[in-house]
Design a protein around this ligand. Structure first.
Ligand SMILES: Cc1cc2nc3c(=O)[nH]c(=O)nc-3n(C[C@H](O)[C@H](O)[C@H](O)COP(=O)(O)OP(=O)(O)OC[C@H]3O[C@@H](n4cnc5c(N)ncnc54)[C@H](O)[C@@H]3O)c2cc1C
Length: 445
């Protein structure tokens, strides 16, 4: 039988080393292209045998899209390319999805919406279910239906010895019950090949993106701050300052300009978003306004995420209930034409329900601050200066917690989990993989 491990000269190797976040070049010693659970067990077993015979400290690194890439991947690492695990099966009666670990949210929700259902996808259609869900997963239905981690019912995974296991809340072995707790928000333990999660009804999905010239920022933020606390729990949104690239998804009038951007969605119809939309439209006339009836594809486009691999460096923080008091000043830090930040957003997560027990299944704050700079536009030092200027503003409303998977391009994320949660998750990872063969999630610090 052929080895599942492809060396640096193979086409599989060349194909796998282009992560969507291109901040850190990847140069793994080997790549294993995974097409099913058997490949996964064989690959891990082979890496264990190789490590034993050579004495090398080899590690396997699962990667579906590389949106969460940032940590170096070098010659003692084996990159497990899971992007071909794309099966999607919807059970409309049970309102569940069973999907491969490389499935993207666009594929999942395209299948789910045929039954009037949606999974708890985030802003970008190209993000995969794994890193997103295992990192908490904060999407456009968050305030009505909670974090994606809380929708996770089961994970079929492989441990450090290459054994197939199933993590459920009522698994016979404690280790599998613990593993599911860690998969729900602590970045995951072991290597997943299939996930099962809940889907949610979207009887009258409405969504849209509104864009204004940045000169309207003070009026828009005065309107936003006055109404955000009164919004119904079915409405989720982000408000941001955006340096608009010359891409067709933006109106030409804004190309090369700075814009204010409201992305907003409600699965239950247009009514509840009405007061916020009215206040914002009255404060200033938008340059473009796509609010209206929506399908899953349109929902996945309202955040206007770049469709290409990007050298993105991110910063993020969970912020408290008083965020509206600092929102205008916070967005202003990125509003100048020379700002090193291409995006600075605030997402509204207040009131999100908690569905199941897990490492991170409830928002630690009512809002998220998120900022991004790109290395093709600014230096690392300039971007860090942009984050520092923002931090001076958000510090008074800080919760002390970082939404780990929003720190684009980082190798590790200290502060993503409370100390006790992080220690418990790290102990579970050690129990699943005592030899440390599987690269630990960067959310574990
Ligand atoms: C444009 C864009 C928009 C985003 N929008 C949102 C958003 O709205 N809400 C939100 O919460 N997040 C958002 N994110 C962050 C996103 O959730 C993270 O980048 C996430 O890590 C991406 O998951 P992935 O599986 O696609 O990435 P990958 O880089 O493939 O994986 C990330 C990590 O997940 C783990 N992992 C991957 N596959 C497996 C596996 N099979 N088994 C075990 N562990 C595995 C590994 O630790 C891996 O390093 C966004 C990111 C981008 C780039």
């Amino acid at each position: 039988m052929n080895s599942p491990l492809a060396g640096v000269d193979s086409p599989d190797h060349a194909a796998a080393i282009h992560p969507s976040n291109s901040v850190t070049p990847q140069r793994p010693g080997w790549v294993a292209t995974i097409t099913g659970a058997d490949d996964l067990t064989r690959a891990v077993a082979e890496v264990n045998a190789l490590a034993q015979s050579t004495g090398a400290a080899l590690q396997v690194v699962p990667q579906a899209t590389g949106h969460g890439a940032g940590a170096p991947v070098g010659d003692t690492d084996v990159l497990l390319d899971t992007s071909r695990l794309t099966d999607v099966v919807i059970d409309p009666a049970a309102r569940t999805a069973t999907v491969g670990a490389g499935a993207t949210w666009s594929a999942i929700n395209a299948a789910a919406e045929r039954h009037g259902l949606l999974g708890l996808a985030g802003s970008a259609p190209t993000v995969s279910v794994c890193g997103y869900t295992f990192g908490g997963g904060i999407g456009w239905l968050v305030r009505r239906d909670g974090l994606a981690s809380g929708s996770l019912r089961a994970v079929h995974y492989v441990d450090g010895d290459g054994r197939l296991r199933t993590a459920t809340d009522d698994a016979p072995a404690q280790i599998d019950r613990d593993a599911l707790w860690a998969f729900r928000g602590a970045g995951g333990v072991g290597i997943a090949h299939t996930l099962e999660f809940d889907l949610f009804p979207a009887p009258d999905l409405h969504a849209g993106a509104l864009l204004w010239h940045v000169e309207a920022l003070p009026d828009l933020l005065a309107a936003w701050s006055g109404i955000v606390d009164t919004l119904s729990g079915s409405v989720s949104h982000s408000i941001s300052v955006l340096h608009v690239p010359p891409l067709p998804l933006f109106p030409p009038a804004l190309h090369g300009r700075v814009a204010v951007h409201l992305a907003i969605a409600d699965p239950d119809g247009p009514g509840a978003a009405g007061p916020l939309l009215h206040a914002m439209r009255s404060a200033a006339t938008p340059v473009s306004d796509t609010w209206g009836p929506s399908d899953a594809a349109r929902l996945a486009s309202i955040h206007l995420d770049p469709p290409v691999a990007t050298p993105a460096v991110g910063d993020a923080r969970w912020l408290g209930a008083s965020t509206p008091d600092v929102a205008a000043a916070l967005l202003s830090t990125a509003a100048g034409p020379d700002s090193p930040l291409v995006l600075l957003e605030i997402r509204h997560t207040a009131g999100a329900p908690t569905r199941r027990s897990g490492a991170l299944v409830s928002p630690p704050g009512d809002f998220i601050y998120h900022a991004v700079g790109t290395l093709d536009r600014s230096t690392h030092a300039q971007i860090q200066d942009g984050f520092a200027a923002a931090q001076d503003v958000w510090r008074p409303v800080d919760t002390g917690y970082t939404p780990g998977s929003w720190i684009d391009g980082a190798a590790g994320v200290p502060g993503a989990l409370p100390t006790g949660t992080r220690r418990r998750a790290a102990a579970i990872a050690d129990a699943v993989d005592p030899a440390g063969r599987i690269r630990r999630s960067r959310l574990l610090g």
